[in-house]
Ligand binder design. Sequence first.
Ligand code: ASP
Length: 602
Amino acid sequence: MIPNFYRTHHCNALREEHIGQTVTLAGWVNSARDHGGVIFIDLRDREGMTQVVFRPEEDAEIATRSHELRDEDVVQITGRIEKRLAGTENKNLATGTIEIVAVTLTMLNKADVLPFHLDREMSNEDLRMKYRYLDLRRERMTRNIRTRHKITTAARNYLDTEGFIEVETPILSNPTPEGARDFLVPARMHPAHFYALPQAPQQYKQLLMVAGLERYFQIARCFRDEDLRADRQPEFTQIDIEASFVKQDDIIPLVEGLLASMFKAGQGVDIPLPMPRMTYQDAMDRYGSDKPDTRFGWEITKLDDLFANTGFKIFKNVLEGGGTVRGINCKGFATVTTGQMNRLNELAVQAGLPVKALAFIKLENGEYKSPLWKVFSDDEKKAVTERMDLQEGDVVFFVAGAWEMVTTVLGRTRLEVASMMDLLKDNKALNFLWVVDFPLLAFSAEDQSWVAVHHPFTRPKAEDVALLDAGNYGKVRAEAYDVVLNGYELGGGSIRIHESDLQAKMFSVLGVTPEEQQIKFSHILEAFKFGAPPHGGLALGLDRIAMLVSGETSIREVIAFPKNNKASDLMTDSPTNVDFKQLRELYIQSTFKPKEKEEPKA
Ligand code: ASP
């Protein structure tokens, strides 16, 4: 490293072998302690801490001044390294067997009292966000930011080695059909026109393939105006990848190597490769999710054959109507409380359950507790007990109805119960897997039209194109793949359509009229006519990967300056009002009327 004028070493560099040397350190006063008139401080920089002692017999003047040191003052100290007195070593500190006897003390900047202690976990999120620059001084946060740097660097190096070229694509761009709401930016030079911030660089990266770049990547900032959750932010980062002359079986091992290099850099672990693959159908059938958490069992079990001749009306009607009856056994959940059951019912209804409560059987103290049990015949009871492996302490949930609703509701219930039981608390497994063979299209009841499951540029499987031609849209599978870790989607992508005709057809299926196609997508439809190579790619969610590598549960913990769950930055107070003059330049007038405050009731 280039020498530094402020210091000779960082605060985690000195050990017993340095005893006797004179060194200069610079950093923050982590804590100042007065031991019978002698001041000790832990001097901290981003690398660690070193103890400094100000002995009056060494230098009376600086010993006196050291009494003025306060937490978070920024100082530069020169001193001699000595071994700490026997019994005063600090085993928790890498520098804990030595200390610096100060001979000079330079105050670089005094600090006011901080709004919170840096050495305590903070539950007040708003305060953390308002003073994010202080929050980031805390060891956990510094570690997270550095881990993110390490995995990003590993990704860059890996992709460089594999022949990928990093290209920046525009932030001021056009709406992209990735399925979320766009952020719009008014274009001053084009009144009443707007740029959209990219939801992903999807079309640009495909155009780079038409440009003959062959292998592209970008650590790309993406913007989606969606409701926020623990693993979502309005702006987030993707490792965006595209390559030409590739098939799914080229992309998958490439990305596996990439993820392995990132986890090695961030966590020091070796991920066993290749990762398992599961079809979408299988993932839904077994786990009720297209991002299954396979760290625990409780798989969904089909029970249709057991109830083929049932007298139980509800199941009978469902089966006769082409539906299905399935269940999961949540082992050891007989301890379930009424509150928990209410919560599960609420979630099940949100996930599409058409009735108010989940059907269940609980086996507690040898007794079957369930309204259902009575309506089952003896044969059914026996068969259910066997098939579901129903044992003392278990709760089996049943859902009957259409396949998608049944699997989704059971999948959600499975995860929620696991979380209620803290089932995965100490589970250190890293269960990576690929989900493949996604459907290309899904019918949106809300829009009464077909929508792309990934995005409109995804290629249908060659063997399913006939189904597309025949209008059998729900059956068409895509050349699409998602990579999943412990129930989180880390990324997804596809082999793309590279022919103008097929792309236009796909748009038509999605209800984009030829006129609209000309307005919105003529660039890509035209580009595909000038020699577009077959191509495909994928994007990984960098924030989510950094979160999982760091052992965090929110992506906010691995983003330097995140937004809160109302999409605000409390530190800079963004978003903010703008001047009337600024709006006038953009020909914009606000029609927003704040709600009048209700009069307090008398
Ligand atoms: N652009 C896609 C996304 O953001 C990823 C891809 O298909 O490469 O989800």
